[in-house]
Design a protein around this ligand. Structure first.
Ligand code: NAI
Length: 326
């Protein structure tokens, strides 16, 4: 099949090439949008990532160019209008699993870096300032950690937290049968908010989880709680998060995702002025640590993404239904 890879970045190309087999891959760094959809003219399939726009009008345009297959190089599919795709006869498949450890371990890295002030410490040491006064953190051992979404990534995060000696509470409408073996106790959302010293989000973004962390949630949260979001930006209402941080309702935030990240992440904005003042407000806070949607970025995860994407395309090329079709 001739496949156009949208939003392709140098870091992933070697992994895709290695798995390409007989497929003919072409790359564009451009994101899929109404303006860039015509780049897919002449291709049979496209592969897209999280910042691409697969809303109804874009799908309509692709269908008119005879694109019948869209492989998502991501777990999340909140950026795709699935109903419209089905109506247009466009097959969509995601990568349902690729090293959940990549994201879980990044969540832990963010937590530990924020808690143990690693960024500040590096700066101070570069200045040859070896005083410790602003570097005090806390033990994770003995703390209560809350997990929202005990799927693959949530469970990987829970197992690391268990290794630290934390107590683990969880909220998920569907309880994971393996949770009890990690000592995870399911509780209502409000109890999780009230009792946890650390809360990590690992649920998908959908109509139930959008703004799950709103003013109401922050008003119930345990004072000093650290919030980790490596799931999707819009699960947290940024305005409410900023107020919670400003008013010291929470102790800090570790963010790999951000509500309006599409305008910022995955591109070189050096020398440019970022006009999103909520984002720049977050950046200015010393108890907020931000990474630019890089939690998945390990060799193992990139191999997994490339392999599943190309296997999906191979199934479609044989006229079969892909295993991860949505
Ligand atoms: P998964 O499907 O294995 O688990 C998701 C869990 O969330 C399930 O147990 C589900 O029951 C639960 N859930 C659904 N609705 C919920 C609700 N209203 N409240 C609480 N829990 C709810 O998915 P996986 O692989 O663990 O990924 C989780 C999310 O992580 C993805 O949806 C994606 O948005 C995000 N992600 C972020 C990445 C990054 O680089 N930052 C990379 C990969 C995934």
């Amino acid at each position: 099949m001739r496949v156009l890879i949208y939003s392709s970045h140098p870091y992933e190309r070697p992994f895709l090439e290695k798995e390409a087999g007989q497929h003919d891959l072409a790359y564009t760094e451009q994101r899929l949008s109404l303006q860039t959809a015509q780049l897919a003219e002449g291709f049979e399939a496209i592969a897209i990532f999280t910042a691409d726009d697969a809303s109804a009008p874009v799908l309509q345009k692709l269908a008119a160019m005879n694109i019948r297959y869209i492989a998502l190089r991501s777990v999340g599919y909140d950026h795709v209008d699935l109903t419209k795709a089905h109506a247009l006869g466009i097959h969509i498949a995601n990568v349902p699993e690729y090293s959940p450890y990549s994201v879980a371990e990044h969540a832990v890295a963010l937590l530990m870096a924020l808690n143990r002030k690693i960024a500040e410490s590096r700066l101070l040491i570069q200045l040859q300032d070896y005083r410790l006064d602003i570097l005090t953190g806390f033990d994770i051992h003995g703390k209560t950690v809350g997990i929202v979404g005990t799927g693959k990534i949530g469970m990987a995060f829970a197992s690391i937290m268990k290794g630290f000696g934390a107590h683990i509470l969880a909220f998920d409408p569907i309880e994971n049968p393996e949770a009890s073996s990690l000592g995870i106790r399911y509780v209502p959302f409000d109890i999780l908010l009230k009792e946890c010293d650390i809360i990590s989000l690992h649920c998908p973004l959908n109509e139930h989880t959008k703004y799950l962390f709103s003013r109401d949630a922050f008003s119930k949260i345990k004072p000093g709680c650290i919030l980790i979001n490596t799931a999707r930006g819009a699960i947290v209402q940024t305005e409410a998060l900023l107020d919670a941080l400003d008013q010291n309702q929470i102790g800090g935030a570790c963010l790999d995702v951000y509500e309006r990240e599409k305008a910022i992440f995955f591109q070189d904005l050096r020398g440019k002025i970022i006009k999103d003042t909520q984002y720049t407000h977050l950046l200015s806070m010393k108890n907020v640590l931000i990474t630019g949607h890089q939690a998945f970025l390990t060799k193992e995860a990139l191999t997994g993404i490339a392999r599943t994407t190309l296997q999906t395309i191979a199934s479609w090329a044989k006229g079969q239904r892909a295993a991860s079709e949505l």
